[in-house]
Design a protein around this ligand. Structure first.
Ligand code: MLT
Length: 263
């Protein structure tokens, strides 16, 4: 379904009934990365959950307005979505870039957060080196198109054991994205602030999800993130890389289902 959030056409999809859970996709993906969660949400496979996912501005079938898209802009799009759906609160979460958006949302709209899901992400800002790398990547995408970022990132997105079909599927998702959207998100992620100060003050139920073979946000980093959030729980998914919900959907879905039963 297409909706308008803050003047931008955004594609959303939802499945299941129960406590609203909004999940934000990673970079440079789209809501299509949640296929295996959408597929089971309608049959209760995520517990008592109304799963709501969207293509963030610049990605998938959503509009590609001029960037950069900072994490605050994305958080404002999410709150506009909650308003549109008349949801006072939701469990909010995301994977990797989706986690960065979740931290910005928590900072701006804490009263709208019923719980948090932080998958394969980090609270820290980019280092100077990472920022410079974002700009290099943005210029590469401008010159060579979306497939260039797929070539560069795919080896680190999935577990070393992921089958070729899984790589091909993620590549299709990435290549469907407009280069301008990818560039705007790269430049937006480079601008994000450090959210480490938020962690000890989190008072809502929080699920941290990691992947045993995640090379980008490795298991130790996810353990540290979980240890910094009072009362949070950790699910370290066996056999999973960075896009852990694709590498091990069964374990990802089970962790979400168990977490959502408490609300
Ligand atoms: C992601 O999966 O969203 C990316 O790894 C985030 C990033 O580039 O920092």
């Amino acid at each position: 379904m297409e909706v308008v959030l803050n003047g931008v056409f955004i594609t959303i999809e939802e499945q299941g009934e129960g406590v609203p859970l909004v999940l934000v996709h990673g970079f440079p993906l789209s809501h299509a990365m949640w296929q295996e969660q959408l597929a089971v949400a309608g049959q209760g496979g995520l517990g008592p959950t109304r799963l709501i996912v969207l293509d963030m501005r610049g990605f998938g079938a959503s509009e590609v307005p001029p960037g950069p898209y900072d994490m605050e802009t994305y958080a404002d799009d999410l709150v506009a979505l909650l308003d549109l759906l008349e949801l006072e609160q939701a469990v909010v979460g995301g994977l990797s870039m989706g986690g960065y958006v979740t931290f910005a949302f928590l900072r701006r709209y804490p009263e709208r957060v019923r719980g948090l899901v932080l998958a394969n992400t980090r609270a820290t800002a980019d280092s100077d080196e990472a920022r410079a790398n974002r700009e290099t990547n943005a210029q590469m995408v401008e010159a060579q198109g979306s497939s260039a970022i797929a070539d560069k990132m795919l080896p680190n997105l999935l577990s070393p054991d992921a089958p070729p079909e899984q790589h091909a599927s993620l590549r299709r998702i990435i290549e469907r994205n407009h280069p301008q959207g990818i560039m705007a998100a790269l430049r937006g992620m480079a601008l994000r602030s450090d959210s480490t100060d938020l962690l000890p003050h989190i008072r809502v139920p929080t699920l941290v999800i990691g992947g045993e073979h995640d090379a980008l946000t490795p298991p130790d980093a996810m353990r540290e993130l979980q240890a910094a959030i009072p009362g949070s729980q950790l699910a370290m998914l066996p056999g999973a890389g960075h896009v852990s919900n694709r590498d091990n959907p069964a374990a990802f879905n089970a962790a979400i289902a168990e977490f959502m039963r408490q609300f």
